[in-house]
Structure formats: structure tokens, C-alpha cells
Design a protein around this ligand. Structure first.
Ligand code: 5AD
Length: 364
């Protein structure tokens, strides 16, 4: 047994319960490994990812919840996102803001971004996430200026989700006060990656590793349900994220989007996405794991179900409506609204940070 779980821990008790049950040897073996601080093997992950609604799947989710409880606690972290530009130089086959999409484009000014960051900070969000397409209009200096202003004004952690930049730029952004960076690998299957993105797989992977080396709280993540993707690919994604040391994982189902080359391709499975959450939590116990907007776009309650599968983060959207309607990375993208979300979470008796609790009280 590892140092991680004492005999009185929830994880220890859950593992004992699973071992005594009449569930499969597979899940019993996985449960024992959790106690030893070992990830499931690839074959075990494939098995778990494939679980259909059953007692066994419920036990996997319960195990993931115990692992979350013992490692990161049960507080749900509410992060706020500003989608500040929908210009993108990339042409990813699945994405609604790909360069060849004929959509109305917008860019927000530093002052607009800062005003929203202040609003988010007043709401008590845990982190201010700046997201955009890959938009070279925003120079290194401009991004630095935005990061510094937000940090000086709000003191909140700043997370970047602006696509690929040079390692030198990543270093400069970190030195300017950005502490987190999300750059999803989308899939570690090289063939699928290159087919849907049309750009270099090795660069993406090396930049994600550079973020870890630069001591960012680095985020990876993948899309569930890309063309030709198998359970084995998803198991590889989870093991890859563990191996390179990402500390956040954004995992969401593929959503077909009109006007893109994949518009007629089937939607990714919500059940598989939830299984991937549980598998990621037991494989990377300390990970910050959002239950994603893409899952909430299929059904709001499915997004909340993520909290039963080991997730501990939700991202709420602060992009002004005039812009948000054009930040259509996929169709019918759910607006995860701040007050609605915290009220729902309160009703579900989910624990929130004290800053958010204050916002709940203030609205009354
Ligand atoms: N379906 C699901 N996720 C998508 N993303 C972009 N387009 C889609 C889609 N059609 C995700 C990618 C990207 C993040 C910002 O949104 O994973 O990293």
C-alpha cells in the first residue's frame, strides 16, 4: 500500500468493498492498483472505458469519487472563461471557428477583457481563463500586457488557452504572471491528429511537454469520438497525460458542427466521456478535472453527472452575448451561466469555495 491512503481513507474502504464484491477480477485488480498508487494498464483502461451502465460502472464512479475526496477534496472549483477572439489561423476539421468558416469574426480589446476579468473576480471565480482561436494579431507584448493588468487588478490566477506559441513566448507569459496553460493534445493517435488538424503532431506534443517543464500548471485533454478513434486511443491519452505530468485534463465529446467537414459525423458518446473522467481521476489522482461544456451541450444534467465520476471543476462563461454567439467552436454550445451554475451546485449540496459562497449570498 502507498502512503497516499490510510486504512481509514474513503478510497481504502471502497477498494475493500470492491474486492469483497462479486464484480469482475478486472475491476478488483484496478482497485488494488489504486491503493498501490499505480495506474491501470492500457488493457484495463480499455475494459473500464467500455463499461456500460451496470453495478460495475457505478463502482468505478464511486471509486473515482473516493480518489477525488482523498486527494483534492470535494470542493468544486468554478473557473471563469473569456473567449476574447474567434479568429483562428488553423483549419481543424471539427471546429466551428476554423479559418475557412464563414462566420462573423471579433476581437476584444484589452479594456473589454479587463472589465470582464474584474466582474469575474467580483463573482469569486477561482481562475480567469483567457481563450481564443490561434490569433497572431495578439502579439507577445499584447498578451503580456493583458496578463499583467489582470493580475494587478484582480490578483486571480490567469490561465491561457490560446493555442500554440513558441517556447520563448510561453516562458515570457509565465514570467508575466500566467500560471496555467491549456493546450490539449486532442488525441495522441498521430494519424488521427494529423488527419483532423493538418498540422504537426510532434510540435503539439513537445509544446505540451514544454509547458510542464516551464512549471506551468499544464493542461492536456482530448476529444472523445474523433473519426476512427478507438477505446485504445483514449486509454493512450490518459496514460500519456499521466506520464508527462499534466495537472489539468479537459476531456469532452466531439460535437458535429454545421459547415465543417465533420458536420455529418456522429456525436461523441456522453457515457464514454463520463467513463473517461472516472478513468482519468483514478489514473491521475491530483488532476484538476473539469466536467466540460461540450458534455453539457449534449445535456446539462450529464455535465453535472461528471461530478459523480471524479470531476472537480466547472467552467462558466463570461463572454459578452454579442461575441459569444460567434464563438461557436461547436453547434448549440451551452452557455454555462455563472449564477445558474452556482445555484444548481448549491442545490446539489456540492461544496464551493468561500469566495463563491459569498457570491451566492450577495445575489439575494
Ligand atoms: N466538438 C468537441 N470539441 C471541440 N473543440 C473544438 N471543436 C469541437 C467540436 N466540434 C474543442 C477542442 C479545443 C477546445 C477549445 O474545444 O478540444 O481544444
Amino acid at each position: 500500500m502507498s502512503e497516499r491512503y490510510s486504512q481509514s481513507s474513503e478510497t481504502f474502504k471502497k477498494v475493500e468493498e470492491i474486492k469483497k464484491s462479486d464484480l469482475s477480477d478486472n475491476i478488483k485488480l484496478v482497485a488494488s492498483k489504486v491503493l498501490e498508487d499505480k495506474p491501470p494498464s492500457k488493457a484495463e483502461l480499455v475494459y473500464l472505458l467500455g463499461l456500460k451502465d451496470s453495478q460495475e460502472r457505478k463502482s468505478l464512479f464511486d471509486l473515482a469519487s473516493c480518489v477525488r475526496h482523498d486527494n483534492v477534496g470535494d470542493t468544486i472549483f468554478v473557473k471563469g472563461i473569456i473567449e476574447f477572439s474567434n479568429y483562428c489561423k488553423r483549419n481543424c476539421l471539427y471546429c466551428g471557428i476554423r479559418s475557412s468558416s464563414k462566420i462573423e469574426r471579433y476581437r476584444m480589446t484589452k479594456d473589454e477583457i479587463l472589465d470582464i476579468a474584474i466582474e469575474m473576480s467580483n463573482c469569486g471565480v477561482d481562475t480567469i481563463i483567457l481563450q481564443s482561436g490561434e490569433d497572431p494579431f495578439y502579439t507577445t507584448e499584447m498578451i503580456v500586457d493583458i496578463i499583467k493588468s489582470i493580475r494587478e487588478t484582480t490578483q486571480r490566477p490567469v490561465s491561457l488557452s490560446i493555442g500554440e506559441r513558441t517556447v520563448e513566448e510561453l516562458r515570457i507569459f509565465k514570467a508575466s504572471g500566467a500560471s496555467k496553460y491549456l493546450l490539449k493534445q486532442e488525441t495522441v493517435n498521430r494519424e488521427i491528429f494529423e488527419k483532423v488538424h493538418g498540422f504537426d503532431y510532434d510540435t503539439r506534443i513537445s509544446l505540451l511537454k514544454a509547458l510542464v517543464d516551464l512549471k506551468y500548471i499544464a493542461g492536456g485533454g482530448n476529444i472523445i469520438g474523433l473519426p476512427d478513434q478507438t477505446l485504445s486511443d483514449i486509454a493512450d491519452d490518459i496514460l500519456f497525460m499521466r506520464e508527462i505530468g499534466v495537472r489539468m485534463a479537459g476531456i469532452g465529446p466531439f460535437i458535429p458542427t454545421k459547415g465543417t467537414p465533420l458536420e455529418h459525423y456522429p456525436i461523441g458518446s456522453a457515457d464514454l466521456t463520463l467513463n473517461a473522467y472516472a478513468c482519468t481521476r483514478i489514473s491521475i489522482p491530483l488532476v484538476q478535472l473539469p466536467t466540460t461544456t461540450a458534455l453539457g451541450t449534449i445535456d446539462k444534467n450529464l455535465q453535472y453527472k461528471g461530478f459523480e465520476a471524479g470531476c472537480n471543476v466547472i467552467m462558466v462563461n463570461f463572454t459578452p452575448d454579442i461575441y459569444r454567439k460567434n464563438y461557436r467552436i461547436y453547434d448549440n454550445k451551452r452557455k454555462v451561466e455563472f449564477y445558474e451554475t452556482i445555484n444548481d451546485l448549491s442545490k446539489m449540496n456540492r461544496r464551493l469555495t468561500s469566495l463563491i459562497e459569498k457570491a451566492v449570498l450577495n445575489q439575494r
